[in-house]
Design a protein. Structure first.
Length: 365
């Protein structure tokens, strides 16, 4: 138990699997995923976007492989990136085989959609031969017809039954290099489905709210859904699904994990919303600092508070802190202790310098 047990999250221990070089499940860190929205056949554009997603801090990237041209392009894509690639397959078993043979680290499929047992056997063999894991991806919008008829509508029990059915199909072929998802665009439905599945399965869970919407509503829905599950210890890998730039999905995913102390990466900025008491333009300064400090990957806390009401208290708990003062005389804090007064016009450069210095110290210790 930590010295602040109210912050402790007891994660459910799940089976450990490999997605390329990334270990998922077990005691491993929760990984962040996103998905390209380029045409996979546009190799140059897809590679560029994968690199952008990776630079933002993703651990795994998924690409859609709807046809043979896409799985053919996958081979070249994999050879030019150094992050595990998940091939998104829906119906044709040959696409899954091609993706596994062309370097995919994981296949996202529903075995029940693949077809006959013989076809499933071929997919499993290709995955096994190429050290390729499989994600059973259940979605409320594409449940099996008989399950929908049984439950009348998508519900938690329907998603879990579909997941368990598809798990059994693969287990019957002696394949257990699996992770599972049971997604819906409905926050309540998703949360309860994952809760129920977590009780009956030890496979690692890929959690997310699918089709969450644009940047603002999608970020809010994902934060509520993923945050609830992660607080309960459920989830081994996450994706925030937005109708926006995939890089933003990674930004939000990382921030969710950082806010729950489940990922220590980069600068965590604690800042006030600003008011008439502010000694400097907090909103403007924070936006600039976010950009100027985005290159830092070492975990560091920075408080940016516009006045002395809460400023000193917040600064006492962060690595670097700046608190607004009268007539542009702001107080800089280092490791919670007052260091020096800094004029507003010099503040950004001073804060950036001190954060970079702190990052260097931590990296060399």
């Amino acid at each position: 138990m930590s010295i602040r047990p109210f912050r402790d999250i007891k994660r459910k221990k799940t089976k450990e699997i490999n997605v390329g070089t990334i270990k998922v499940g077990g005691k491993n860190p929760i990984s962040v995923q996103s998905m390209t929205n380029t045409l996979t056949t546009d190799v140059k554009a897809t590679i560029k976007q994968i690199n952008q997603i990776q630079m933002e801090g993703a651990d795994i990237v998924r690409v859609s492989c709807p046809d043979e041209s896409s799985t053919g392009a996958l081979k070249e894509i994999v050879n030019h990136v150094d992050i595990p690639i998940v091939a998104d397959i829906h119906f044709h078993f040959k696409r899954a085989i091609e993706a596994a043979e062309n370097g995919a680290s994981c296949l996202r499929i529903n075995p029940g959609n693949i077809g006959s047992i013989n076809k499933i056997k071929e997919v499993v063999k290709a995955a096994s031969d190429n050290n390729c894991s499989i994600r059973v991806g259940v979605n409320a919008g594409s449940l099996e017809k008989d399950i929908l008829e049984k439950f009348k509508e998508p519900c938690p029990e329907a998603l879990v039954e579909s997941a368990l059915r598809n798990i059994r199909i693969l287990e019957n072929e002696n394949f257990d290099n699996l992770k599972i998802s049971v997604k819906s665009s409905d926050v309540f439905l998703s949360i309860e489905a994952y809760r129920q599945l977590s009780k009956v399965s030890d496979y690692p869970l890929h959690v997310g709210i699918t089709e969450a919407g644009g940047f603002v509503p999608g970020s809010v829905k994902s934060s509520i859904g993923l945050g609830t599950l992660l607080l309960e210890g459920i989830g081994d890998t996450i994706r925030v699904s937005l109708s926006d730039d995939p890089v933003k999905e990674v930004q939000i995913g990382n921030e969710i994990l950082k806010s729950l102390n489940l990922r220590e990466r980069g600068v965590k900025i604690i800042s006030c919303p600003s008011c008439a008491r502010q000694g400097f333009e907090v909103i403007k300064i924070v936006k600039i600092l976010e950009k100027r400090l985005s290159h830092i990957k070492t975990p560091i806390t920075l408080s940016v508070i516009g006045c002395v009401v809460n400023g000193p208290g917040e600064a006492a708990m962060t690595d670097v802190g700046i608190t607004g003062g009268k007539k542009g005389n702001n107080m800089l804090y280092l490791s919670g202790v007052q260091s020096e007064k800094v004029l507003t016009k010099n503040m950004i450069e001073k804060v950036v310098s001190e954060v970079e210095k702190k990052a260097s110290e931590l990296e060399n210790n």
